[in-house]
Design a protein around this ligand. Sequence first.
Ligand SMILES: Cc1ncc(C[n+]2csc(CCOP(=O)(O)OP(=O)(O)O)c2C)c(N)n1
Ligand SMILES: [Mg+2]
Length: 379
Amino acid sequence: MPITKVFSTEIERISILDEHGKFDEKLGKGLIPDKDLVKLYEAMVACRHLDEVAFRLQRSGRMGTYPQNMGQEANSLGAAYALANDDWLVPCYRENCGLFWRGVPMEMVLLHWMGDERGNAIPRELFCTPLAIPIGTQMLHATGLAWAAKYRGEKRIACTFFGDGATSEGDFHEACNFAANLDIPVIFFCQNNFWAISVPGKIQCSAPTLAQRAVAYGMKTVQCDGNDLFAVVKCVRDAAEFTRSTGKPHFIEGVTYRLGDHTTADDARRYRDAAEVEMWKTRDPITRLRAFMKERKLWDDSKEGSLKERVEKEVAAAVERAETIAAPNRTDFFDSMYAEIPEDLRLQRDSTQTHGLGENPSQLDGVEVRKLDHPEHAH
Ligand SMILES: Cc1ncc(C[n+]2csc(CCOP(=O)(O)OP(=O)(O)O)c2C)c(N)n1
Ligand SMILES: [Mg+2]
């Protein structure tokens, strides 16, 4: 019986502007017009400043918790820029930059982390789902959204973001399998930042790349330098073109690094080597792009100075709006789950001002009160 090869593959890695400022003219020329490049740079700087301000808000007790996006901005931004404005963006929680580029107001992200549900009510016309905190759920949501779009004959595709750690979740594998087997136009964008809180990437995956996980599902896949805005734009543009024209999914591994702690509840110094962080600072997507723009005479220190002023004002105004929003109605959370609220919940809603849910009828105007099975528990 002869031995034959049944399968072999190679995975491409795309890099256009590297951390030493080397620019691949062949791949990069004309990819992003200069005026867009400046705007994209400004968006990253604004997002980075929001990160710093949000950190301080949390430390001074004005925000519950916050996961900084610092170092990863180019991934979601490059994707949002490369996609159509009515393609779905289905984020995890480190995609602020892409969401802001799409038009999500900064204060919505702040409200989310302040524990205000109104931060999740992203206007429908922006085609963004709310931040996803349970690891992995959003990959299935994106697959469903893209499937629905295909079913309705729309040209819309979905792009979902998740971390390296999320690729160990069953949800990830279900979403990939489903999307690949049913030909669903979704881009799976993995932000490989090498850490899932304190768990290093090598414990999550023994293969040399995360991109190759997609190969097992028969999915097209590529790896890119996720700190290189040009590379991200190229990869997402190519993936979107493929996905839109074939109706099939595409995987992208953006290799990046989380320069901050996992969230404000974490202290990464306890498990991460300082030298590793310092090395990744030299690959920062913002400083890299700034150096490139300066070299091309698109940027200078005086522009940087006025941008800083603008961004400080913009973020301060977003904080102001988030902190001065009128208090929510205490019964709001009953209102969005059902078209017709079930009787039990109606009773709870209508008795939130009483001492006990469904009790104390003297304060319930016209509300029918259910008798408790165990009267000894009543008070
Ligand atoms: C289902 C689920 N399990 C566990 C957690 C707790 N948790 C929050 S973030 C995280 C690590 C995620 O790592 P990764 O996917 O690499 O994303 P990153 O934070 O690095 O961007 C975990 C385990 C969670 N939010 N949801
Ligand atoms: Mg990670």
